[in-house]
Design a binder for this molecule. Sequence first.
Ligand SMILES: O=P(O)(O)OC[C@H]1O[C@](O)(CO)[C@@H](O)[C@@H]1O
Ligand SMILES: [Mn+2]
Length: 436
Amino acid sequence: MYCCDSFLLRSFAYFTIKDRLPQILTRVIDTLHRHKNEFFEEHGEKGIEAEKNTISILSKLRNELQTDKPLVSLDDKLPDVPLWNQYLEYQQNLLDGNEQPSWFQSPWLYVECYMYRRIHEALVHNPPIDDYDVFKEAKVQVFFESQQAIIALCTYLQELLKNIEDLDEKQLQEEFFKLLQVSLWGNKCDLSISAGEDNSQKASPLKLLDNLKTFILVDDMESIWSLLINSKKRRTSKEVTRVDIVLDNAGYELITDLVLADFLLSSKLVTEIHFHGKCIPWYVSDTTKQDFNWTIKQLQSANNRWMSRCGMNWEGSIKKGVLVYHDHMFWTLPHEFCSMAQVATDLYTELQKSHLIIFKGDLNYRKLTGDRKWEFTVPFHQALNKFHPAPLCSLRTLKSDVQVGLKPGQVEQFVTSEPDWMICGKYGVVQFDASL
Ligand SMILES: O=P(O)(O)OC[C@H]1O[C@](O)(CO)[C@@H](O)[C@@H]1O
Ligand SMILES: [Mn+2]
């Protein structure tokens, strides 16, 4: 765990809290303000009143943050409140009770999660706009800005599916590697790193793969392939092979995850895919159930035939129960994943049913590794700190300063020439841990 002293060294954390989080809050306030008329049309004066109250709570929140006020307990009726408040107490105890945890004097991971939860609390306190997603507009916008890349991907998938039955093992492996990498680089497109500004995918994703290969710092694709192909070969007709994907961002990244899922099902490498999304709006662009359903509907009704075919197929897989969407409040707590077995035993037990869990994105990587300042060469297995519900892998582009499992000397080449290599999203990992 790092705190006060090391905080100053972690300048990206400092920059995030000082600049990026207030910017995100300002955007949220602006979004509410711009939707005033909509609230009035839907709910009359009550809608306007709720909008005003929410804005005033959020302005106060921004002030608390900027003036490094103590973190306060949550006060709404959602089921995660006791866990959040216990976590605050735990942080207080770490400070020996002499000081109150505050915005700049607490672990970055905690404070950042806490801000998103406080934004949600502000809305929860203000029906009738309590289920309004303040990030929806930004998510919808990047979806449309990534149209060309989405069409390219849907077209590629539909062509591939035409003769998927005829592919030999080597060809199947090649296609798997391609779509795994597409899903990895899809993680460049998050909106929290750019404080909500456009970060969509514009170029054709498949053409870029060869050039991007050198930026994969850990490449465990072969091990993941072995696991999947062996389980396909061993499986009897009644058995299930289940892959879980812990989703990250909506928009283009979600499409890359759906395409990967469809390929895994259609090639019969797996028989079930389970997606895990967020219960509340989170880190600007993370996928909620509403985003998931909206995305499938958008595809179904798209003018492009390949897009609409993908949408239809995915809807069909959901109906058949081979594509399942779950959410759980644990994903929007500040806890690292090694505490899942105690804090969210039901979720841990669910994940134990999986043959492979794919964790998408940077925030999931931080929670997998406890967001500690590990030596780069520490094994991934060690950093997971006994979190092993099933074989797992991380598909993550680097957007924060934690990285494990590198070879000695591997990064020395960039450290001086590219001081921001860990936070710019240019590098990625496909990192696997099989041991239970
Ligand atoms: O969508 P992702 O890949 O989890 O990224 C979330 C971003 O938010 C951060 O937590 C910082 O705000 C980074 O770790 C990352 O830039
Ligand atoms: Mn995200």
